[in-house]
Design a protein around this ligand. Sequence first.
Ligand code: CP
Ligand code: NVA
Length: 334
Amino acid sequence: MLTWMPELKGRSLMRMTSFTDEEMMNLIDLAAQLKARRAAGIRGDLLHRKNIALIFEKSSTRTRNSSIIAARDEGGGAEYLTRPDIHFGKKESVKDTARVLGRIYDGILFRGFRQSTVEELAKWSGVPVWNGLTDDYHPTQIFADLLTVKETFGSLRDCTVAYVGDGRNNVANSLMMGCAKAGVRYVCCTPKELWPDEAVLAEAEAVAKRNGVDIRVFSDPKKGVKGANVLYTDVWVSMGEEAKTAERIKMLRPYQINMDLMKATGNLDGKLMFLHCLPAFHDFNTEVTKDSGALEVTDEVFESKYSKVFDESENRMHTIKALFVSALCDRAAL
Ligand code: CP
Ligand code: NVA
């Protein structure tokens, strides 16, 4: 029997605080159960006749494909809608689009720029709306990250996650709160210019305190990562910030995750993994890195035994499926 969470039925996910700590942990457990079911060859019908609209203003490989296959695996459907395809925000307001799509679909996943857009969709559509990344937050990513840490180490207990890079982007904001909610120590290694936003930090610190852990911010990455079990990074320039590329590369070069930094954890022979939400600039093979070489992580670390990035990216699918199932499925179907 799968974990049933009646309290998540019909719920939207705007940011990490949309769910209680317990709801988040239950969702991660449900994802692990759904993963095991799929590995056993079971494609169920938990989302039978459920249709999900995927509104994407920004590019995506993992979130888009995870959502489509999550729905399809369980007998549902998903339609990919980009800004140029629909009238969204051009000929038609977000509010009107929300009311139209809410009459047609059972849920909406949104990826785009403004946090206010996903909130407006949730306010007016009348169906569950999930944030698949905005400029401010990336909550579905963090469910997959926590699942990956839990399945690799067996538990989230006594764990320190050190995030190294742009300390105030969408992934960093959500990871900080996700760790706080899960009772995982969080360290952010980032230059002063990119320290977490004060309000976002204060909110996460209050949750961390309640769960008996702390959050620390360091400018010196070697000091910050000491004792860490997870080294996590993200791109130095998020989607929409391309104009800042040269400045960020200069600023964040000392924050690259390489073997020296992995060694600085003191855990090379112990509990240690590398995570990255992906896509990652770890080699010379992309349009962006053909001249600069590796950016936020070296190929050596990315391809090492510590790297769990493909487990993490697979877990996007299982956790998004858990999100859809918990919001849309009836108990009778379980
Ligand atoms: N990690 C992540 O959200 O990947 P995509 O941009 O490919 O969806
Ligand atoms: N911070 C990155 C995450 C990509 C998944 C971005 O917003 O581009």
